[in-house]
Design a binder for this molecule. Structure first.
Ligand code: AMP
Length: 288
């Protein structure tokens, strides 16, 4: 595995791969790699001839008072895990490499980026879209793989790729979970043992929502109400949002109509750690 820490050599390596007729798959990450990231890499590796993984803790997607400074960083461990998952190139740019003096252009993806995570974390998706656009231009992938765990991020990237005519296929990979259902996340490391024991409530609330819907419930307030009761039963949990939205537009739904694909998502603070999770459900077109 080649490790590249500057933008120009990464661009040159991508050009070389393309000149040789090789298809490039790309998995952007912020490091502190776990099995969720590695599953994306394995999936991506099977879709192309060369796999580029980036590790860049992007300051632009962290709000004031968020965990940019304390975000877990371990480049040596990340390198050995990425290599084990089949990465051919590990791209580790510096902040100054990505945002040199004078950087002034930002990608704003519109309404889809201002709801849910975007409402709770103003500017977050502007930072995400900008860095992903830059990374796409540097790495020039044929296919890029993102995790469905960050469902809104996938929607934002798809919107950006369509709107800005990026020639890249965006693939969403399933969420990888701990045995008790907690979605893997670099931020899970912040949880104390007592908080960690409460964190599976997010997944349990999603399971309850899916059961209600399977049983015929179509009223979104009743679905989110049940989810809220499950999460609130945990002593350290504070709900940021619980949402049932149209999966394509992310606009909130009040009832589930036949044929709808709904994104059920939630953000919950357990102590001082903010966790997110989601699932999607598609209702039958004929009888809903
Ligand atoms: P991050 O390092 O948190 O920016 O995540 C990098 C990529 O890994 C994003 O596309 C995430 O959606 C994805 N990802 C993070 N956690 C998981 C997980 N538990 N399962 C699948 N993909 C994940």
């Amino acid at each position: 595995m080649l490790v590249i820490d500057r933008v120009a050599p990464m661009g040159a390596a991508a050009d070389g791969l393309r000149r040789d007729g090789r298809r490039i798959a790309f998995v952007p990450t912020m490091g502190a790699l776990h099995d969720g990231h590695l599953s994306l890499m394995r999936l991506a590796r099977g879709m192309a001839d060369a796999l580029v993984v980036s590790v860049f803790v992007n300051p632009a997607q962290f709000g004031r008072g968020e965990d940019f400074e304390s975000y877990p960083r371990d480049a040596a461990r990340d390198a050995s895990l990425a290599e084990g998952a089949g990465a051919d190139i590990l791209f580790l740019p510096s902040t100054a490499g990505i945002y040199p003096e004078g950087h002034a252009t930002w990608v704003d993806v519109g309404p889809i980026a201002t709801v849910l995570e975007g409402r709770s974390r103003p500017g977050h998706f502007r930072g995400v879209a900008t860095v992903v656009a830059k990374l796409f231009n540097i790495v020039r992938p044929h296919v890029a793989v993102f995790g469905q765990k960050d469902a809104q991020q996938v929607a934002v990237i798809r919107r950006m790729v369509a709107d800005l005519d990026f020639d890249v296929r965006v693939v969403a990979a399933p969420t990888v979970r701990e045995p008790d259902g907690l979605a893997m996340s670099s931020r899970n490391a912040y949880l104390s043992p007592a908080e960690r024991a409460q964190a599976p409530a997010l997944r349990r609330s999603l399971d309850a929502a899916l059961r209600l819907i399977a049983g015929g419930e179509r009223d979104c307030a009743r679905i989110t109400g049940t989810m809220a009761r499950i999460v609130s039963a945990e002593p350290s949990a504070a709900i940021d949002y619980i949402s049932v939205a149209d999966a394509a537009t992310l606009s909130e739904l009040t009832t589930l109509a036949p044929g709808t694909t709904a994104l059920i998502s939630l953000a919950v603070r357990i102590g001082s750690t903010r966790l997110i999770d989601n699932d999607t459900v598609t209702l039958d077109r004929d009888n809903g």
